[in-house]
Structures are given as structure tokens and as C-alpha cells.
Design a protein around this ligand. Structure first.
Ligand code: AMP
Length: 305
């Protein structure tokens, strides 16, 4: 086999082979569970990185971290209909499965779990997981079904892939807190790890949705990062009033013609409740629409991070 050449072979599962290594592409719950059972019987440590695909360096950073942590690294690629409201971008969400395969192969992934929606949500599906408090803040307010969908699909993935460790990005800070809380509340025997936000060289947080931006919007999208950075500097210089920080950031964001703020908040990193006085590390979280594209970003204020 020529080094670096990619060869597709159809076996029981589709296997994607290169340089003698194989990524197993698994489409069914039964096969994924059987694979994980066998790995566990052989004492292997399984790590899972859940994604919706259209991978970028943000995802790959989590995958690299996962590679170091376990014997077997699985990535799920599933655009989860349960976390999109009817008016949201489920249909247009960017997809690029074979490019995702190439990127994950390079990063040393062993298996991709890529079911279709009917495989995870059979007719008559009716069991959802809903957290009481964390979704009452930030994204949960403007996306009322979002965290119910996330918690439900992630708990299904945990039962299917049976990982020892699962890794999520701090880019979706509230999501990471929701998963941590769910794992604690429901006694999932799974270690949850976070990975730092990966940014473009100019500071924009990487996101699959960045592809929606026109060149002009791409420039305006920088206002999220710039306002977070400015807020961080202001807190380092001694400002402690959260409302001053929010006012300043909001004014800066709104000076961009295509920007509409969904929320700009300074909150407790665990409870996500609003903080008035910044006298310990807090999270500043933003959701801003640039044109039709809703972007989120966050930064710790009051720490060296
Ligand atoms: P998604 O495919 O958008 O659902 O994201 C899958 C995982 O990748 C989630 O845990 C995200 O938080 C994480 N992620 C997405 N973008 C980034 C980024 N720029 N830096 C770090 N992690 C990210």
C-alpha cells in the first residue's frame, strides 16, 4: 500500500483504510455497543469526542487530547435534530463526512460513530433528559429545546459508545457544565474533560458555522473576541462592576452594523448565575448574531487564563 494513499474498502462496516491503519465507520447502535463491549472485556480504555462533524482545528484539538488519554478513540458525527428548533439551521448545517474521515484518520481516531437520525430516534421515541436550572441561563433562554436535545443525545452516546472518558470543548461552556451536571446527577461512570477554545489567528473562535459568514461579516464577527479581550483587560486593571463590563462590551459590539446581541453576560462558572461584582474568576459569555449567523464565545475574567 502506498504511504499516504487513502483506500476505501467495503467490509461488514465500511472501513476506511490507509497506511495499513483502519478507521471503523459504524452506523448502528448494536455494532457500536458490541465493539465497545469487546474493547472493555480486553481492558481497553475508551475515549469519546462527540461532534456534529464538519470538523475544524477546535474538534481536532479535542481528538488529540483524547488520543493521549485512552487506548481506543471514538468520534461521533451526528447532527442531532433534537437540539434544533424548527426555525433553526438543522437542514443547512454544514456537513462534510469524507473530509471529516480524512481529518480524524490523520489524528489517530479508531472509530467514527455516524448513525442516521432514525437509528437514534426510532419512531415512538419519547424519553428526554431535561436539567432544571443550568438551561435557565444564557443559550437556554433563546434556544429552549437545545439543552434537552444535547443532554438526551449525549446520554444516548454514553450508553452506546460506553466511553471511560468523554471530551467537550470550552467553546460551548454552558454545554460542558450541563454535561458535567448530568453525569453527576445520573451517576454516569464517565470522566468528563474540557478542552480550551481554539481560535483563528485573529482571535475568532473556530466554529463550523463560521462558513456561513460573508467576508464582511467575517470581519465583523471579530467583535466577540475583541470585546472579551477588552473586558479581560478592564478586569485586570481593577474594574469589578460586572454591569460596567457588560455595557462597554455591548456598546462595542453594537457599533458593528450587522451585529445583534442575543446575550452578553458575566456569570458564575458553575451555576451560570449572573455576577454583580467581579471578586473571583467569572465567565463572560456572549451570543451575537452577525447577519443570520449566531455565534457564541466566552472568556474567563479575573484569572490568568
Ligand atoms: P460541534 O461539532 O460544534 O457540536 O462541537 C463538537 C465539540 O467540539 C464540542 O464539545 C465543542 O465544544 C467543541 N468545539 C467546537 N468548536 C471548538 C473550538 N473552537 N475550540 C474548542 N472546542 C471546540
Amino acid at each position: 500500500m502506498t504511504a499516504g494513499r487513502l483506500i476505501y474498502v467495503r467490509l461488514r462496516n465500511i472501513r476506511y483504510l490507509t497506511r495499513g491503519e483502519a478507521i471503523e465507520i459504524i452506523r448502528t447502535v448494536k455494532e457500536m455497543q458490541a465493539r465497545s463491549d469487546s474493547l472493555r472485556r480486553n481492558g481497553k480504555k475508551i475515549v469519546l469526542v462527540p461532534t456534529m462533524g464538519f470538523l475544524h482545528e477546535g474538534h481536532i484539538s479535542l481528538i488529540r487530547k483524547g488520543r493521549e488519554l485512552g487506548d481506543d478513540l471514538a468520534v461521533s458525527i451526528f447532527v442531532n435534530p433534537a437540539q434544533f428548533a424548527p426555525e433553526e439551521d438543522f437542514d443547512s448545517y454544514p456537513r462534510g463526512f469524507w473530509k471529516d474521515c480524512q481529518m480524524t484518520e490523520k489524528a489517530g481516531v479508531n472509530a467514527i460513530f455516524a448513525p442516521d437520525a432514525r437509528e437514534l430516534y426510532a419512531q415512538g421515541f419519547q424519553t428526554y433528559i431535561r436539567l432544571e436550572k443550568l438551561p435557565m441561563h444564557l443559550c437556554g433562554l433563546s434556544r429552549p429545546v437545545f439543552f434537552r436535545g444535547v443532554a438526551t443525545v449525549v446520554s444516548k452516546l454514553f450508553n452506546i459508545v460506553k466511553p471511560h472518558t468523554a471530551i467537550f470543548g470550552e467553546k460551548d461552556f454552558q454545554q460542558l457544565q450541563v454535561i458535567r451536571q448530568m453525569v453527576k446527577d445520573l451517576n454516569f461512570d464517565i470522566e468528563i474533560m474540557g478542552g480550551p477554545i481554539v481560535r483563528e489567528p485573529d482571535g475568532l473562535a473556530m466554529s463550523s458555522r463560521n462558513t456561513y459568514l460573508t467576508p464582511e461579516q467575517r470581519v465583523q464577527a471579530l467583535c466577540l473576541y475583541q470585546s472579551l479581550k477588552k473586558a479581560q483587560e478592564r478586569v485586570i486593571s481593577g474594574v469589578t462592576d460586572a454591569s460596567d463590563i457588560i455595557k462597554e462590551a455591548s456598546a462595542f459590539i453594537l457599533s458593528h452594523s450587522q451585529a445583534v446581541i442575543d446575550y452578553a453576560a458575566v456569570c458564575d462558572p458553575e451555576t451560570l448565575e449572573d455576577v454583580k461584582r467581579i471578586d473571583k474568576p467569572v465567565i463572560m459569555a456572549l451570543a451575537v448574531k452577525i447577519g443570520k449567523t449566531r455565534l457564541i464565545d466566552n472568556m474567563m475574567l479575573g484569572s490568568e487564563k
